[in-house]
Write a protein that binds this ligand. Structure first.
Ligand SMILES: [Fe+2]
Length: 208
């Protein structure tokens, strides 16, 4: 019980905008998981991980989280600690250990240059790869108090551009097939994706 209380206290310490972000990331991640046919247990893990993925930012001061413009290298190193801090908080609960693992690795890049452990492609927990795409999409489509979001078309083209380097291309592909259902209502058929990103590398692998 104390652990649950500590968790909710940690959550309430986050800035207001982050609550909305966490809920949307949870929804996107769950929809990707369902589209990929994951088990009910994995979907539940994804739901918790989406909701709590930024809980480690409770240790990061608001002036850094809400800073306009780029971060200094020192500030970025601080922000990079949040997956580790989040996993440490959740590890205190036996029932949340799997969620903790998913959160620890939600900034690992598919090419192995991410953080905190530099895991690569299939070495990254699958649910973390889903969470990373969901997190990135919301970061590029939702306004923050300190900046306007670049928008959905930009987000889609960035996900495509970074598929295979930053993101798992299979997860990106599944996400783009359902992205038309997400806010702004635009349809993303294979043809419209090809317009956004000529030479879409994974179009031939998995045609709609
Ligand atoms: Fe994060």
């Amino acid at each position: 019980m104390d652990k649950v209380k500590a968790l909710s206290e940690a959550m309430s310490g986050q800035p207001d905008w982050m609550d909305g972000h966490s809920i949307r990331v949870m929804e996107y991640a769950v929809e990707i998981g369902k589209a990929m046919g994951l088990s009910a247990k994995s979907i539940e893990t994804l739901r918790m991980a989406g909701l709590l993925h930024d809980i480690g930012k409770v240790d990061t001061c608001a002036s850094v989280l809400e800073k306009r413009g780029g971060l200094t290298s020192t500030e970025f190193e601080l922000v990079k600690l949040h997956p580790v801090h989040g996993a440490e908080i959740l590890c205190q609960s036996d029932t949340l250990s799997l969620v903790a693992q998913v959160i620890r690795h939600h900034h690992e890049r598919y090419d192995g240059t991410g953080y905190p452990d530099g895991l690569k492609d299939d070495g990254i927990p699958f649910l973390s790869r889903i969470l990373y795409v969901a997190d990135a999409f919301d970061s590029m489509t939702a306004d923050r108090p300190y900046r306007k979001a670049p928008g959905k078309d930009y987000a889609v083209s960035e996900l495509i551009r970074c598929a295979g380097t930053q993101f798992d291309p299979g997860v990106v592909w599944e996400f783009l097939k359902i992205a038309g259902d997400f806010p702004s209502g635009r349809e993303y058929s294979a043809d419209s994706l090809a317009d956004l990103a000529p030479g879409l590398p994974f179009k031939k692998q998995k045609p709609v």
